[in-house]
Design a protein around this ligand. Structure first.
Ligand code: SAM
Length: 506
């Protein structure tokens, strides 16, 4: 039996009211009648429905209705709004069906929308819900359903308008609040998302969707490495030493990247006149403000919940700063955007002779042998099978705690790039770097780590032995490369000021 049906009329939506008779395959009807017990109870062995259709796309409507009829009929609504024309089957194999409904009844449109949504006809569901709210703009549930379809279609702004319109009618509607929070989160308005979720949970502390969302809002917003970073006592001591040396009682300090507020509080404790600290993640900025308040520095530290490149003198800071502090360096050194944000601060937010902490950084490479670590990132022969095609999914750069795996260095640390934050604007670079091999072995990874020069005497290293909060960035070689002591390997190293790329020259 074919699982399709054909209509005798091609475009029924042109005429309204309209009566359509459709031929459905036997199987479809059987599904409807056998699943619908209430239907049976009402003695409709082979129904014929009259259905007035006014829709922009009739095809789905027939299809959706046919599939969902049983369920619709189970609800009392359809008895009110749908008019069944009883009897009328032509034969047991090919009954004739027709539907009739009032295309201007918002409740019917709403029900149809629910069924379309259930069947994944999202566009049509959205159109039906939209028409339903146009006809009945007083029902928050309709706005919620409409917004949900718009969410599924990633039409974020329209979804936001739908949920907001629903909330105007029912400001404490927990589903609307929770859904609006979702749009805010997608559009990166985390603080507004939080406000919605807090409000929803105030209405109903057990409303799980809002509770889950709030948990994830924080978790997604703040990567877990923040904790090991805050607890890295070597890092903290090095920064505090450099800050204490640089800060004077009349210093205005600008920090880029507040985090918990730790370095800003160090600057305030060192005696700065005032510290301005920019944090682009509004959730983190709000928590930093709370921490700074709790620690008694609220009068000397201003948290600016903005990306540093949006700050302006006269608006966010009253005057250019004397000292810049930033710790915006990821394992790959450039990935948090330190180079452009320091350049921007120098151009717009600092005095010409301002001290920069750090003032420079260097990135070093080394050839590493670590089969175990390679197996964390790639695959070859397993149980006598060649699985190497799976490496299509492999990351080419990975960040790892190398010290946790057996490993051997096959070269000395070799400097790839030196970044002087106090000099001319840093430009993208590409170079060939010769790396002398010091031991026979197999290179599985090229690792790179960095040294921060916080000032002329304080440095902070992220090499394997330093056990810092930074993991080591690794470029995985596939296949691994056998090398001999005394030879040299040539690396092609490139950076575009935002990330570094390495490869071995063949
Ligand atoms: C690595 S954490 C450092 C936090 C804190 N300064 C510390 O050392 O403990 C960097 C923080 O800076 C923020 N950030 C990075 N670049 C920024 C920028 N250009 N403007 C404002 N915040 C930035 C990130 O959201 C993150 O919270």
């Amino acid at each position: 039996m074919k699982r399709h049906f054909s209509f005798p009329i091609t475009d029924p939506c042109q005429t309204s009211p309209f009566c359509v008779f459709l031929c459905f395959p036997w199987l479809l009807i059987r599904k409807i009648t056998t699943e619908n017990t209430e239907f049976h109870r009402n003695a409709l062995p082979w129904p014929r429905f009259h259905f007035n259709i006014q829709s922009s796309d009739s095809r789905w409507l027939f299809w959706g209705l046919a599939l969902d009829y049983a369920e619709t009929a189970r609800s009392t609504l359809c008895y009110k709004q749908l008019h069944f024309s009883l009897g009328g089957c032509v034969s047991n194999d090919l009954p004739l069906l027709g539907f009739s409904y009032d295309a201007n009844d918002p409740d019917v449109l709403y029900r149809l929308g629910l069924h379309a949504a259930l069947n994944g006809a999202t566009e049509n569901a959205a159109a039906l819900f939209q028409r339903a709210v146009e006809l009945d703009p007083s029902d928050p549930a309709k706005f919620n359903s409409w917004g949900n379809q718009l969410l599924a279609l990633k039409r974020w702004n329209e979804a936001r308008s739908a949920f907001s319109a629903g909330l105007k009618l029912a400001p404490n509607h927990v589903e609307l609040l929770s859904n609006l929070a979702l749009v805010h989160k997608v559009q990166n308005r985390l603080d507004e998302a939080q406000t919605c979720l807090d409000h929803a949970l105030l209405q109903n502390p057990d409303f799980l969707p809002a509770r889950d969302q709030r948990d994830f809002l924080y978790k997604d917003a703040v990567p877990t490495w923040h904790f090991s970073m805050m607890n890295d006592s070597q890092r903290n001591a090095a920064y505090e030493k450099a800050i204490q040396k640089a800060v004077r009682p009349d210093s205005v300090v600008l920090e880029i990247g507040t985090g918990s507020g730790l370095l800003a509080m160090m600057a305030a404790r060192a005696g700065a006149k005032h510290v301005y600290t920019a944090e682009m993640n509004p959730l983190i900025a709000a928590v930093a403000q709370e921490i700074i308040q709790q620690n008694g520095y609220a009068d000397r530290i201003t948290v600016l919940a903005k990306k540093s490149t949006e700050l302006q003198i006269g608006v966010d800071l009253p005057e250019p700063a004397d000292v810049l502090v930033t710790e915006t360096f990821d394992a790959g050194f450039l990935g948090e955007g330190a180079v452009p944000s320091i350049a921007h601060a120098r151009g717009h937010l600092l005095k010409p002779d301002a001290q920069l902490i750090p003032c420079a950084g260097s990135v070093f490479a080394n050839l590493l042998e670590s089969q175990k670590l390679w197996e964390e990132c790639a695959v070859s022969q397993v149980s006598g099978f060649d699985l190497s095609a799976f490496n299509r999914f492999q990351e080419h750069i990975s960040v790892q705690y190398v010290e946790r795996f057996p490993h051997r260095r096959l070269s000395r640390d070799t400097e790839l790039f030196h970044f002087d934050f106090t000099g001319y604007p840093i430009q993208p670079e590409a170079k060939r770097v010769e790396i002398p091999v010091i031991a026979d072995g197999v290179v599985h990874q090229i690792l790179y780590w960095f040294r921060l020069f916080l000032d002329s005497e304080t440095v902070l290293d992220t090499n394997i032995e330093d056990e810092s909060c930074w993991r080591i960035a690794l470029q995985i070689l596939n296949p691994p490369l056998p090398v001999q002591a005394g030879s040299t390997q040539t690396l092609i190293a490139q950076h575009n000021t935002e990330f570094i790329k390495l490869r071995l020259a063949l």
